[in-house]
Every structure is written in structure tokens, then in C-alpha cells.
Design a protein around this ligand. Structure first.
Ligand code: 3AM
Length: 178
């Protein structure tokens, strides 16, 4: 079985900016350079046969490249405890459109439809069960903003558990038109 997800790797300069935010939050496990990504769709465990079908369907997706930028920061909670810090991405609509195309490919490959609302983000840090206070971080970086960068493709990744959290390995790259 393979644990898969579909994501976009931001360019190195953007990743460097995001890495520079690390620090000063108790209990945070900051993502390293290789882990930074913008998820389009989480897939989960699939067998090789279904993964191959999905890879073919992803190859048929057409989209026009578009520009986005990092804007602001936020957090996700699980049962009232903060478990993720992230950087926001704007504008959201072209990413949501691409997400819908990827989601249709997943459904055609026999996977379940997306279960959650799609909020484009790049995870910066995760927390253990006890969570932490992130208000200071959110206030300091509320105005975070980067230059625009182009989204002209996406990648199918396999997630493997390593010593310092999940390691992500690119399985296949897909490119937009133009
Ligand atoms: O882009 P981020 O870091 O937010 O949290 C996991 C990560 O998202 C998410 O998939 C991305 C690559 O691992 N993920 C992991 N398990 C998940 C699940 N059961 C999940 N997303 C939804 N449902």
C-alpha cells in the first residue's frame, strides 16, 4: 500500500521565507525545507493498481498556470487544541478550481470524494497532543506576504513515516498548459 497525496512545491525563495518564520513557539515541530508543500488533495492508502489509475487520470488534467502569493498565517485545531500552524495562500479560487479537477480524478479512480472544505495552506509546524499557545505567532505574522509565484504544475507524493515526522517522496510530476 502507498500513502499518497497531491501537492505543489513552492519555489526555493518562498520556502526560505517560510523557513525563516520558525522558532519561538513552544512545542512546535517546524517543517523542514523538504516537507514544505501546498496540498491539493490528501488521498491516503491505496494499492498499486489504483495508484496507477490515479496517475493516468491526473495526467489528463488541463489547467492554465496562474500566480499566487503567501498571505498571512493561521492555525487548525483538533478537538479545541491547536495542532497545525500554516501560511495562507491567495488568491484561493484558482487553487480551488485545480483542487476540484484533482478531486474529480480521484473519484474516477475509485477513491472517495474529498471529505473537507478545501482551504489552501502551507503547513509550517505541527504540535503534539497538548497543543500550545499560538496567538503571539499569529499576531506577529498576520501581515506576512510574499511576491507572487507561478503554479504551473503539481506532484503526486508518497508519504512515509521517518525519524522526524513524515518524509515526502515525489512519485510523478504533472504540468499545466503553456
Ligand atoms: O498540507 P498539510 O500538511 O496540511 O496533514 C496532512 C498533510 O496536510 C494531510 O495530508 C497532507 C500530507 O500528509 N493529511 C494526513 N492525513 C489526512 C487525513 N486523514 C490528511 N488530510 C486529510 N485526511
Amino acid at each position: 500500500m502507498h500513502r499518497l497525496f497531491i501537492a505543489i512545491r513552492p519555489p526555493a525563495a518562498i520556502r526560505a521565507r517560510l523557513l525563516s518564520l520558525a522558532g519561538g513557539v513552544e512545542g512546535a515541530r517546524w517543517q523542514d525545507d523538504e516537507q514544505l508543500h501546498l496540498t491539493l488533495r490528501f488521498i491516503g492508502e491505496v494499492d498499486r493498481h489504483r495508484a496507477n489509475d490515479l496517475a493516468d487520470l491526473l495526467g489528463a488534467i488541463r489547467f492554465t498556470p496562474f500566480d499566487v502569493r503567501i498571505e498571512g498565517v493561521g492555525s487548525f485545531d483538533r478537538r479545541g487544541v491547536v495542532d497545525t500552524l500554516w501560511a495562507g495562500v491567495q488568491p484561493r479560487e484558482p487553487l480551488a478550481q485545480l483542487h476540484r479537477k484533482v478531486d474529480r480524478a480521484c473519484v474516477r479512480a475509485g477513491l472517495g470524494p474529498e471529505g473537507r472544505a478545501y482551504l489552501p495552506h502551507i503547513t509550517l509546524a505541527r504540535f503534539g497532543r497538548r497543543g500550545t499557545m499560538v496567538d503571539g505567532f499569529l499576531a506577529v505574522h498576520a501581515g506576512l506576504s510574499t511576491p507572487a509565484f507561478r503554479i504551473d504544475g503539481f506532484t503526486l507524493f508518497e508519504s512515509r513515516l521517518g525519524h522526524n515526522g513524515a518524509r515526502y517522496q515525489a512519485v510523478a510530476d504533472y504540468h499545466g498548459d503553456g
